[in-house]
Design a protein around this ligand. Sequence first.
Ligand SMILES: *[C@@H]1O[C@H](CO)[C@@H](O)[C@H](O)[C@H]1NC(C)=O
Length: 365
Amino acid sequence: MNTLLLDIWFLVPTTLLFLTPEAANSWWYMGAVVTSSSSSRVMCNNIPGLVTRQRQLCQRYPEIMQVIGLGAVEWTTECQHQFRHHRWNCNIMERDQSLFGKLILRSSRESAFVHAISSAGIVFAITRACSQGELKSCSCDPTKKGSSKDSKGGFDWDGCSDNIDYGIRFARTFVDAKERKGKDARALMNLHNNKAGRKAVKRFMKQECKCHGVSGSCTVRTCWMAMGDFRKSGDYLRRKYNGAIQVVMNQDGTGFTVANTRFKKPTNNDLVYFENSPDYCVRDRDVGSLGTAGRICNQTSRGMDSCEVMCCGRGYDTARITKMSKCECKFHWCCSVRCKDCIETVDIHTCKAPKGVIWKENYMS
Ligand SMILES: *[C@@H]1O[C@H](CO)[C@@H](O)[C@H](O)[C@H]1NC(C)=O
């Protein structure tokens, strides 16, 4: 369990995870502990798997731990959005958490993505909390003060500039502390992807300005720095996942090099991985695959969400369901929209489960 994710994950309030108590390990209850009034010493000592440095940070900044825990809901949602049409769909709501633990312990492309998006999510959540005045240890960026200049001329810094450097610094110190303990290949990979994730938030910082002066003449401008939507970081990291670079440890074990020399060397923005991914078609604990049995597929799509690809050639079941929806909406003067309730019938297709030998024979023929 020596991974970032398992360290962070238990901070999520369990009510948001829909976990049943009997399925949960003790550390899954941390969210409840975080939000209760128990002392931070008790809380931090009850989180298994933290290295000493992380435990110290936890005790010193308990309110940041809470921000990290709640932020995890956001980045897992983003991860699931990015992979909604894929066999691997970032499903970490699975009752059996050990399965996700398995996935994370591998060094696949998916593991690279999860490390990057979780690091990004932590930077984002902490930075936002700083701006909203929720944390004692940080506030808006103190360096964005006074006047400055850009291509459009002079302006004054005003308002709250997001303090991304604080978010990055805290995330790096806390998340990377684990990997810095033992510098094996996987730790190096995690450190690299964590960094790529943090940079994916900073990349979308933008300057926003407001014009002042007679009828918006913009004789005076005030500006501030703001983070972009987290979706932008998610989309960006998703593209980086597509172009992730396979690496191998170098001879002296101090770093890695690109596995296939025909490909370019990874930059700090690229995701790197060691191991090839399983096809995620069938459930296999050892490789961290949930399989696609029961997943909804799209009969008319030609992409990754098509029934052929999603179900790995096993075929699918179709169920006809009826649902109520609003229809024949009319605009009434003034001002309301009135609709009728219509009953709509739709077909839902779900992947069949594998049937061992019989399924294989069908598949081969
Ligand atoms: C299925 O795929 C088609 C083609 O890509 C798309 O137009 C349609 O909206 C998809 N249906 C659903 C339910 O996602």
